[in-house]
Structure formats: structure tokens, C-alpha cells
Design a protein around this ligand. Sequence first.
Ligand code: NDP
Length: 285
Amino acid sequence: MTAEIINGKEIAAKKRLEIAEEVQKLKSEGVTPGLSVILVGNNDASKTYVKSKQKTCEELGMYSLLITMPEEVSEVELLAKIEELNADPSIHGILVQLPLPKHIDETRVIESISPLKDVDGFHPINIGRMMTGQNAFLPCTPYGILVLLEETGVQLEGKHVVVVGRSNIVGKPVGQLLLNKNATVTYCHSKTKDLSVHTRQADILIAAVGIPNFIKADHVKEGAVVIDVGINRNEAGKLCGDVAFDEVSEKAGYITPVPKGVGPMTITMLMYNTLKSASESIGGF
Ligand code: NDP
């Protein structure tokens, strides 16, 4: 079997058009969705991510406010800035680009963002609301994966999903979202024994490990849907995922490539969450 490619770039473009249309509708009601991104320090990767978030925001007609702070900014100053943004009616989403310098407590910072503006979906209130199936901002990468799966038309109910990776931002929440869709979910991690025994049972296999080409054809059941979350560099410095694409795509039913798979969906869902927040500020969709 040769897998059908799940084209994240195309799906993201389609979603972005829908979001841009909704932004115009909100603007006609006098509300421009606004996203503020706080960038602390000089991490090059963070700068690239932030630039890309700003650019997408502007392309979709939203207001984008970038706040840069020096590496040595104090936690108190950062918290004061977040407090200011929490109270600013022109800002519907607040995102603090991670990682933060070591002297700043990331948990305290995340918890200081109003849950009503936590468009990253990292605040414990949003995580708890997601777990209990209530209205919440869903974390962007897991939400993007859910949209990609839904776009394939593959039924999720009753499917066995195996998630390799249990981080708070990808592995754990993506499993939870799929559990909410009535899938049966297994989590694997670095202490899992006989990994392939689990992964070979997956109807849907999600790799969020951070090791280049870690998932091989031997880990995959014939016809499975394989979602590759990884963004890694191989020895040659080339961008690659957690899945050995060439061999796994010979066996899987569907597969996401890297790049142009999960990646473009993450920013798209951030934009969606900002739109949702703006819309909820005047009563919701
Ligand atoms: P983390 O490093 O936080 O988590 C990695 C997970 O993989 C951990 O749960 C770890 O287990 C598990 N793991 C490590 N080694 C093994 C192993 N040998 N066998 C089984 N499991 C193992 O990574 P993230 O979740 O933040 O990110 C994962 C990947 O996704 C990275 O490549 C990252 O760059 C990418 N990413 C992509 C995004 C996108 O937009 N496309 C967004 C976010 C991340 P344990 O818990 O036991 O340590």
C-alpha cells in the first residue's frame, strides 16, 4: 500500500480563508481580533516563530501586537505586562513565546494569563475544561492534528489511537482530544517496554517524540493513519519528522509529511483561537 498524503499546507490554507472571512464579519461589527505575542530574550528559533505568527495574523486581517523584552527582564515586570494585556479590550489573545529565561517561572507566567485570552490553551483552567469536554481554548498543535484527521474523513469513534510522547503541549492533550471523540487511546513514552507491540496495534499512530526518523515501517500496521508531529534536523541538517517517511509511507493508509504536515496547522489554530476569543467577547459565534 502507498499512503495517501495528508496535505497540511493545503488544509491550513483552506482553514485560513475561512478564518479571514469570519474576521471580516467581526470587523463589520466593530471588533478586530487582536493577538499579542510577548517575546523575551534573543532565542533565534523563538524570533522566527514569533515573526511567522505576526505575519499570519496580519494576513488574516487581525491586529498583531509584538512586545519584546530583554533576556534579563524580571518576572515581576513580565507579570505586570501580562496584567496590562489582560485588561486591554483590543487584545483577545495573549501568547508568551516559550522557552523563557531560567530565572522566570514558566508555570507562574502561564497561570497569570487570563483563561479568556489563553489562546495557546496552556492555562490549567483550559486544560481542565478540555479534559471535561467543556468549551475551552484547545492547544494549537493537538487541535490542528484533530482537524487534519477530520479532513481525511476517517472515522475516529472506536479507533485505537496510539500516541508516542506524553508532553503537556502535544502528546497528552492530543490523546485527550481523541478520547473525547470516542477513540481508545494508548500513550507510550520513553519508559514504555516493547514499543512496537503497542504501535503495531494502532489504527491511528501519532508520533510526538522529537527523534529524527524514530518510527519505522516495523512500528506500523498496514493501512494505519500516521501523524508525524516531529520537527527535527537530521545529520545532514535537513528538516525531518519523527517518522521514517519513505518506508512508512509504503505501509500506511494516510501519512502527514514533514514539512507541510502538522506544522502549518499549529499557527492556523492559534489564529482560530484568537478569532474565537474575539467572537466570545461579544457573545460568541
Ligand atoms: P518533548 O521532548 O516534550 O516530549 C517527547 C516525548 O517523547 C516524551 O514524552 C518522551 O518520553 C517521549 N520519548 C522520548 N524518547 C522516547 C523513546 N525512545 N520511546 C518512546 N517515547 C520517547 O517533545 P514535544 O512533545 O514538545 O515535541 C515532540 C516533537 O514535536 C518535537 O520534534 C517538536 O519539535 C515537535 N513539535 C512540533 C510542533 C508542530 O507545530 N508541528 C509543535 C510542538 C512540537 P518521557 O515523557 O518518558 O520523557
